[in-house]
Design a binder for this molecule. Structure first.
Ligand code: CP3
Length: 352
């Protein structure tokens, strides 16, 4: 039994006493206690692969803030790593793949990893975090979307231009489709394994879907997320497993996104919450969407913004279910944890 299931109730539009809140990338470098464990682990990937440390790090933000959900500590790039692309993280540069995938031959030779085997360090972390939480709050599992994973696998690193992946998409769409098909199968298996091991909710991070044209978004990103959602375990022990779909920069396409079948649509800060609610709020619940840069402002300014977003989702000031408060993207490494605390407490205070 969960002691605090308000997050699940808000996702499922069941009655709530206040608006629940969690933060994308809530366990990370903005916390000094994270930096200490990260240093002890030696590298980011060895931290992810050590279930005891991964569990400790996942619980750190819950010890500091009054959050309504925990998230698995891992990364979206675990799947390409398990496919043999040789992932490592360079300080200040982000992820690097030693063997990027850039032609049909390389895509054909990719094998879909068995999550219970090649990714058992992730499912082990899920089990341990779930057990350690001891029912205090729900646990979120996650994966990248096929398109977002493909951008890293083709580029071989983070990019601002998307030259290689977009070049390949326009020149050889069938190569990219084969890659996305394999990734959709891998993600479905991976998320189902996380659900079997204890994830109460799963979120698909489509960080780079919003760089596509509207047509390409449907063809190369949304279609595959819809396929994944259809293949997910949606019930466990009599409880529904909600699915959150987050595409950054997707405000123009909300009506299309709803059709993918997720329980909840995650919003970035480029769309107004009242507009989003009016457009799709009768079909799905919404998550978001404070600009992460507000955490660089004062607690007074942060509280003002929290109040505004809550008000935008409400019925003329009366709080409604169907909203989970979050940032519009991950928390930045440079923010002061005290400001995060101000945000979390303001959400609870203003939504009672
Ligand atoms: O939310 C959480 O607290 C859970 C952990 C989590 C991480 N990454 C840990 C992490 C989650 C949910 C992710 C998702 C992720 N990873 C995404 C999608 C969300 C988003 O932010 O857009 C993406 C694109 C990645 C890929 C990735 N991982 C990049 C590009 C980088 C380097 C840039 C950066 O933000 O550091 C990472 C590294 C990473 N993933 C860190 C953490 C805590 C920092 C690693 C370190 O300690 O040096």
């Amino acid at each position: 039994m969960l002691k605090n299931d308000i997050f699940l109730r808000a996702l499922l539009k069941q009655p709530v006493e206040y608006t629940p809140v969690w933060i994308m990338r809530q366990a990370g470098r903005y916390l000094p206690e994270y930096r200490a464990i990260r240093q002890k682990a030696g590298s980011f990937m060895s931290l992810c692969k050590n279930k005891t440390l991964a569990c400790e790090v996942a619980l750190q933000p819950l010890q500091r803030f009054n959050l309504d959900a925990a998230i698995l500590f891992s990364d979206i790039l675990t799947i390409p790593d398990a496919m043999g692309l040789g992932l490592h993280f360079e300080t200040g540069e982000g992820p690097i793949f030693r063997y990027p995938v850039r032609d049909i031959k390389a895509v054909r030779s990719l094998e879909i990893p068995d999550s219970e085997d090649a990714l058992s360090y992730v499912t082990d972390a899920v089990s341990l975090i779930k057990k350690t939480l001891n029912g205090s709050v729900p646990l979120i599992g996650f994966s990248g979307s096929p398109w977002t994973l493909a951008t890293y696998m083709v580029e071989g690193k983070s990019t601002k231009e998307f030259k290689l992946i977009k070049g390949l998409m326009y020149n050889e769409p069938e190569t990219v489709h084969l890659l996305l098909e394999k990734l959709a199968a891998a993600v479905t298996d991976y998320l189902n394994a996380q659900i079997r091991h204890g994830a109460d909710v799963v979120q698909i991070f489509d960080t780079w879907g919003g760089i596509l044209t509207p047509e390409a978004y449907r063809e190369f990103s949304l279609q595959y997320m819809e396929r994944i959602i259809k293949g997910l375990i949606r019930q466990r022990e009599g409880r529904e497993i909600p699915v959150i779909l987050f595409t950054k920069n997707s405000g123009l396409w909300l009506e299309a996104i709803v059709k993918a079948g997720a329980t909840t649509v995650g919003l970035d800060w480029t769309i107004n919450m009242a507009d989003a609610r009016r457009r799709i709020g009768d079909k799905v619940s919404l998550q978001g969407n404070m600009d992460p840069c507000l955490l660089y402002a004062s607690p007074t300014r942060i509280r003002q913004e929290v109040k505004k977003i809550l008000h935008d989702f409400s019925d003329g000031g009366k709080i409604k279910t169907g909203h989970v408060f979050n940032l519009g993207h991950g928390v930045h490494p440079g923010v002061n944890p005290d400001n995060v605390c101000a945000m979390v407490d303001a959400v609870h205070e203003f939504s009672q």
